[in-house]
Design a protein around this ligand. Structure first.
Ligand SMILES: [Zn+2]
Length: 144
């Protein structure tokens, strides 16, 4: 069973983020990097913000991540999430991958217990159709 009900709209990969979602389908979290200068960027874009190259490569994210910021959603902005509120939307970052952050959900913890800077580990939410969405839960001490 996925984190959100089946009525939740699914990601629709496009030319720029197709590689991101292909890696997710293999349960690998990868960020786009410039193939020329190595600058990391997310969400994926066609051109490097630093050197304007169109060459790209994919870099696998390390684990664990840390919570950069978060909010608790109480109002369902889409009917599909009405049964799921309140839930936590978090932004996570990876200390060894400066420049990229990921908007995700922080799960398996009371929303009042989520803290900025807390280590979190990825888990893969099977949303069907061969797609997996990266979400995060508090890291076990052995993950650090
Ligand atoms: Zn570049």
């Amino acid at each position: 069973m996925s984190f959100f009900p089946d009525e939740m709209p699914r990601p629709e990969p496009d030319r720029d983020d197709q590689g991101f979602w292909e890696a997710c389908a293999q349960r690998r979290l990868c960020f786009q990097a410039c193939g020329a200068c190595g600058a990391l960027r997310h969400p994926p874009r066609p051109i490097c913000y630093r050197c304007h190259s169109v060459e790209t490569k994919w870099v696998e994210a390390p684990s664990p991540a840390v919570v950069y910021t978060f909010c608790v959603v109480h109002h369902p902005n889409h009917p599909a999430v009405a049964s799921r509120v309140p839930y936590v939307v978090g932004v996570v970052e990876f200390p060894s991958l400066p420049g990229v952050r990921l908007v995700t959900n922080i799960t398996d913890i009371a929303h009042s217990a989520v803290r900025i800077g807390m280590p979190v580990s990825i888990w893969w939410d099977d949303i069907g159709g061969g797609m997996f969405v990266p979400r995060f839960r508090p890291a076990a001490p052995s993950d650090a």
